[in-house]
Design a binder for this molecule. Sequence first.
Ligand SMILES: *Cc1c(COP(=O)(O)O)cnc(C)c1O
Length: 429
Amino acid sequence: MSTNEELFARAQRVIPGGVNSPVRAFRAVGGTPRFIQRAQGAYIWDAEGRRYIDYIGSWGPMILGHGHPAVLEAVQKAAMDGFSFGAPTEREIELAEAIIGLVPSVEQVRLVSSGTEAGMSALRLARGATGRSKIIKFEGCYHGHADALLVKAGSGLATFGFPTSAGVPEDVVKHTLVLEYNNLAQIEEAFATQGHEIACVMIEAIAGNMNFVRASVPFMTRLRELCTKHGAMLVFDEVMTGFRVGLGGAQGVYAKLIPGFKPDMSVFGKVIGGGMPLAAFGGTRDVMSQLAPLGPVYQAGTLSGNPVATACGLATLKEIAQPGFYEALGAKTRAMVAGLEAAAKDAGVPLVGDSEGGMFGFFFASELPQNYGVVMATDKERFNRFFHGMLERGVYLAPALYEAGFVSAAHTADDIAATQAAALAALRS
Ligand SMILES: *Cc1c(COP(=O)(O)O)cnc(C)c1O
């Protein structure tokens, strides 16, 4: 049997860094990534046959757990009928209808193959529909790796951002303004000085790419008002939160807190594909009509709306739309976070956590951070030791302190108790 180390060495010879997406390489926490051989329910097994309780779930999609029988059956049946046609299918309509039925702000959607593609396309559409170029994003939010979105804050508010990746020309990001998350004064100033030029504001309303940080209600309320007042589109990136924090996504959470709240456009991924490459972006019929072939904004994809991926996504949505699904998932996830907090308390270590639906975060800090700077100032050394302590004890957490975690419907009370016990042992040592 190959070991993880052997596989990692072999992978590094033929794949840059040995991985096809950087976070998998364990660079933030050090050590050898686990090469996964198979998964079932709440568990994954590595190449050495070791079992882990999985709190990554492919970074969110596996909300039902791995190998859910109804999803497996749907995928197998779809595969028998053909992998891809490059022509429309009825299942694409069904998935679009399902998404629209669950998310009131969305009247039409277009299906694509990755969250990056969906975010990039939503951005182009917002620019095309408004005839404006400038966009606002927030530090710590990730919207995929499109050029215009790989940006960090400039030196001052009036200045636009700097690329966070080589290969992105400064010219390409000169229209992207990066502001601090939850900073009301900054959005006020940005809109006061350049509101008439801003095409859209893109945001993760419950940000899972800086661990787990919620946009405050006053912040979101004001952001909505400012966008409306200045004719900018509010784009919710729900690639992570969509169908994960609740059936209506993060926008459903804010709609309960802010009367009449709706974003103008939404971006989905992860859960809607159920583990297959599938994502979507949507909005009002008016805005979506700007897309080709109806309108002037071009967007296309050979594998978009893939028949096997749509079967997987539809089967997943059908399960999660069952009454009581999110109540049960939310209770489990809260129990998981409470378990971590209790273990930390017993071990005398400061730890706070938060969760919504099946998504959670925790910090080695005494208060929940409100923005990226504070998240990144939490105790990284302690996180890294904890991560490895948990991994050794059979619990697979995200290998970086700025990533959220995910609980699936397949996790049991025993899994959660075992996680708490592992956490206590890891924190004590
Ligand atoms: C994962 C993620 C993306 C990117 O999706 P990919 O499918 O990895 O391209 C975009 N936005 C958010 C909020 C995400 O969590």
